[in-house]
Design a protein around this ligand. Sequence first.
Ligand code: BDR
Ligand code: CA
Length: 312
Amino acid sequence: MIKLIIDTDPGVDDAMAILYAAAHPKLELIGLTSVFGNVPVATATRNALWLAELARLGIPVAEGAAVPLEQPLRPHPDFVHGIEGFGHLPPVTPSQQPDPRSAAQFLSETCAASPGEVTICAIGPLSNLAAALALDPAIVRNAAQVVVMGGALETPGNVNEHAEANIWNDPDAAAKVFAADWPVTLVGLDITEVVHCGPDDFARVARNAPVIGGFLNDAVQFYFDFHRARHDIDGCHMHDPTAVITLTDPGLFEYREAPVQVTLDGETAGRTSFGGDCPAARVAMGVEAQSVLAEFLDTIGQADTALGLRQS
Ligand code: BDR
Ligand code: CA
């Protein structure tokens, strides 16, 4: 089992990624850390707490950065994920409180407690990981690896032609994470926009897993509307779950080992490109999209049973 912390800004596709990880037998989800991005950080924390409760995980949720390291906070994309983060759904109301530690402290202490065993998967802006590196440089040895959903190497961005949202929201943090001497896998738009899920797929998982699949099917409808309007597809891109699936099914991807650099300012701020003098990252550049989709749908379709939310 891979011990996993997900750093997240939930977010519709973040919810898909977290619930996939919660239900998957190869993953032990041991904590969540929240960050601004799709929603303000307080909303991200609230949503992460609620997802952990929905899946009855009993894991800590530590709140992280409210703003980027250097640049001003960009507007939250409520037209993509809804004002509350889960599409049209009303605000969720978790009963638990966040962990008293900051996200950076939680990441640092959890990795130090089990050196070499904890994978961090970041599916929001990289501000918390940069803060953890500043707080505790030894985290580069204590973390097993870092998987990042972010970037667009040889494909256009999604906030503008240059930049992908997670990197654009905090390019300075991304540059620090790529410069650090730890194993980084980068899962960007080059492959996440190749993996599409459609209305029929989510309707089926809602029937098979009424609690987890039903929630995702409700939340995703607004996300579908955005994709119909912006991308002209009847469905949605599977950004964040695809990053987690590189952990459970690494053979479904082709990787290029190369350094990745980030443009820090100017018109192309947030652009990621091959080159520079960072340690080489493992960049996912090819994907068996249908197999990734099948893996996601199978796992979510069985999630209620896997999580003990109903009798099999
Ligand atoms: C990334 O940005 C967010 O909108 C999504 O949750 C995902 O993490 C895709 O560019
Ligand atoms: Ca996200």
